[in-house]
Ligand binder design. Structure first.
Ligand SMILES: [Mg+2]
Length: 268
């Protein structure tokens, strides 16, 4: 494959918009297979040198650059040689958005408001049923009854499930515990959050695997609303379902580097 191959008019539209208005441009990239070559040992999947160079230059040209990955952020920091200079402008969303690394350091973002609400609403159960306790797990809430008299869980179950349903939380039953979780994190939700945060007009997502599809879907919605959006797929001849979605195909991390070099370049 050539380094880059445009497959739709969105490819040109995005490059033009990003060149005209780089400050309002967001480029989000997957890590494995996109910035680093796939290797046998995932602990050795270091960033491609050209991708590292192009990434460092890109953050100097456009307003917002992010890595969205399934890996924990500390792994990506090591494998990507992400030093403090890069992290002045780069945002890393790890574990599909469950943790974040940026110029403020590493942290777990605030829990979903629905989880906070559920904790408030379930707290009275702890007063009503001795031994029952509510555990705040940030992205989930646990209703524990292992210290309560036998049969307590059955007594509170319908109340807990009703709260979960009303707040759109998923219920995960366990041994003497009901856990309520915010909807599963995904790259799509992570990208949506970044788009809200940055209010970027031109948005691109670069990925190579099935885990990236939810984020590609978010880009397609952005395009459908008439805004410049771009789906870039990195070297995925073996994944025809991804090729179908691509506005731009790149031949692996080296090709992604060539594409990054084209973003945010003033057309004049
Ligand atoms: Mg990947």
């Amino acid at each position: 494959m050539d380094a880059m191959l445009a497959r739709s008019a969105h490819a040109e539209g995005f490059i033009a918009a990003a060149g005209d208005n780089p400050d309002s441009t967001l480029v989000a990239l997957d890590f494995d297979g996109t910035l680093s070559e796939m290797v046998e040992d995932p602990e050795q999947a270091f960033i491609h040198p050209e991708a590292r160079r192009a990434l460092a230059e890109l953050i100097g040209r456009v307003g917002h650059v992010a890595i969205i990955t399934g890996r924990p952020v500390d792994q990506v920091r090591r494998l990507g040689y992400l030093n403090d200079d890069l992290l002045q402008k780069l945002i890393v969303l790890g574990q599909y958005g469950a943790e974040r690394l940026d110029s403020d350091g590493r942290r777990v973002p605030d829990a979903a408001p629905s989880v906070r609400r559920a904790i408030e609403e379930l707290q009275p159960l702890a007063d009503e049923y001795p031994g029952l306790f509510i555990e705040d797990k940030q992205h989930a809430v646990g209703v524990h009854t292992r210290r309560a008299p036998k049969g307590t869980l059955a007594k509170v179950e319908s109340t807990v499930v009703a709260v979960a349903q009303r707040l759109g939380l998923e219920v995960e039953p366990g041994k003497e515990v009901l856990e309520l979780r915010a909807h599963r994190v995904s790259k799509g939700e992570a990208l949506r959050g970044l788009m809200r945060e940055t209010a970027a007009e031109a948005v691109a997502m670069v990925g190579d695997d099935l885990g990236d599809i939810s984020a590609f879907d978010v880009i397609k919605e952005h395009q459908a609303s008439g805004k410049p959006g771009l789906v870039v797929v990195s070297g995925s001849e073996e994944r025809p379902e991804l090729t179908e979605m691509a506005d731009m195909l790149c031949g692996g991390p080296a090709g992604v580097a060539v594409w990054m070099d084209s973003v945010g370049v003033n057309p004049a």
